[in-house]
Design a protein around this ligand. Sequence first.
Ligand code: GLA
Length: 535
Amino acid sequence: MRKRSALNGWRIAEASRILAIACLLLCLSGKSISQISVQTKSVPPAPMGWNSWNSFANIVDSAIVQQQAKAMAANGMKDAGYQYVVVDEGWWLGARDGAGNIVVNPKQWPAIMPGQKDGDMANIAGYIHSLGLKAGIYTDAGRDGCSMYPDSGESYMHTGSEGHYEQDFLQFSKWGFDYVKVDWCGGAKEKRSGAVQYAEVTRAIQRAEKMTGRPLFFSICEWGSQNPWFWAPGVGGIESTVWRTGGDIIPPVVESLHDPEHEKRVITLQNVLDSFDTGMHPEAQHTDYYNDLDMMVMGMRGMTDSMDRIHMGLWAIASAPLMVGSDLTQLSPDTLSLLTNKEALAIHNDPYGLQPIKVAEPAVAIEVWAKPMAAAGRRAVAVLNRTDVLAQVNIDWGKLGLDGIPRSLRDVWNGRTVAAEPAFSVPAHDLVLLSVEGEDKKPAEYPASESSIVGIRATSGPTFAQLEYVNRSGRVAVVRVTSQSGFSTALALPPTTGSDTGTVGLILPRGIADLRVEPQRAVIQRLLVYSWSSS
Ligand code: GLA
């Protein structure tokens, strides 16, 4: 039987779905297949791109977005894989026409090309597409959006989509947007259940996708308030592959406002470390489903070169969305070269997309984080020094499930091969990122042909595992992981086709765990559990 990753299985299933939609549209319109462009919904590594909020807050407009998109297309970021240009809060101030359609300010979103109308968001989406990039937009799951608590200027109510889900998500898709971030200011104000509300949003997005034939990537932003990592991947019909894990990394820093409040704002290392620490839920992240540590602040006021290295290293090893919130026209060559570092991006884009496990803390605030990778014997290691003195750190390779010392070790920042011994020097407030190749210790194998495996042992720490399954239901199946200590989370198993087996990389919680998959949807075939340990 040919093995294929869940990623490919999902792509193919989505391609068939989109093809079916295209065929339907074709019959209705009487067009030939060559006249219709069929788009496949790809599920790439955690999304990479730019978001307007951190540097422009609610003063965002067409000119700003055009400049940023142009910069991304020209400065090497597009070539490195950054693709989304996302317009965050402030693009719409809550006005609707008599039929409930969103009405935007025509001066803020004017025509860009001859023949276009002022006040049509399709203009900016089209502009972004003309540069070979993808367009993102923003709304709120509640009735009122975050504009009721403005960063600057007046407060606006009714900037959320509740009561208009079907209409708004269809509108975003018709305008040509490829990505939507759905915030939680209104949901929180109304004390809603995130799981219920975001499932409704999913249905509206799926309906819009069917009607336009255009994929709309869905990013949940409820700040971790209701532990979305436990339900966002597939529970109750939700289909989001990215969920925010915490509050905002910083309040926005809008240089052009020249406002005393903004002038005071300086990013600290603690801002970056707090977002990382809050976002570590490695047992919930799994292939194609990502904890979102928030938009990046690299190169912004207060960030130094070593803070940039820590930021890039942690977001890359966590396979977190790389949505850069900086002003892309102002990035220094050093910041740009970190953002586009090929070896760091290869760690980020690893097909299993897992978060790292903290395998050691040899001294207070000196940490060794190791990420299991899809290829046999591959690991990424981040040695983080949070202290203000130089640290010498030895790595116990056995804790990473490796047999002996690695045969190859690359220092990612310098692109050089280094020796596995002796200790690594990590300057104060800095991070060394390593790409490692060695020999896996033999994994324990748990065979199964049913819907569960019980008594899985990960007693020496959270542990890397590979799950093989078949899911011919055509829909995402959910596998529940419970441990004897009371931990419980849900992982999504995308559909497989034909005789193919899907493979998902995951991290088991410490202790003894059971896996149970929704019966009738998927069958577990095998679980390989690697021998990791942490202090
Ligand atoms: C919330 C989100 C931010 C941003 C702002 C806009 O705070 O977490 O990412 O979208 O809203 O107001």
